[in-house]
Design a protein around this ligand. Structure first.
Ligand code: ZN
Length: 78
């Protein structure tokens, strides 16, 4: 019995936000408007998941970026 084709789901690149600088006073998310204590790399209030979905929706544009990896594991070293 053939299985139906699965819905194509765009892969979402998960962001790395381990630094304390990604937190601040509650403010409206720039993407969904809901209050969040989270901050993007550009210090804008946003949810991590909102940023990840934005990146997936606007692939190729300069969007939200991860923290640089801490030593040793870099895959994009200059
Ligand atoms: Zn949001």
């Amino acid at each position: 019995m053939p299985t139906p084709p699965e819905q194509p789901v765009p892969p979402v690149q998960l962001l790395n936000r381990r630094r304390s600088s990604h937190f601040g006073p509650p403010a409206p998310c720039v993407l969904c408007g809901t209050t969040t204590p989270l901050r993007s790399h550009a210090k804008e209030p946003d949810h991590k998941i909102c940023a990840e979905l934005w990146n997936a929706a606007y692939r190729g544009e300069t969007g939200f970026v991860s923290d640089p990896p801490k030593g040793g594991q870099a895959t994009d070293h200059a």
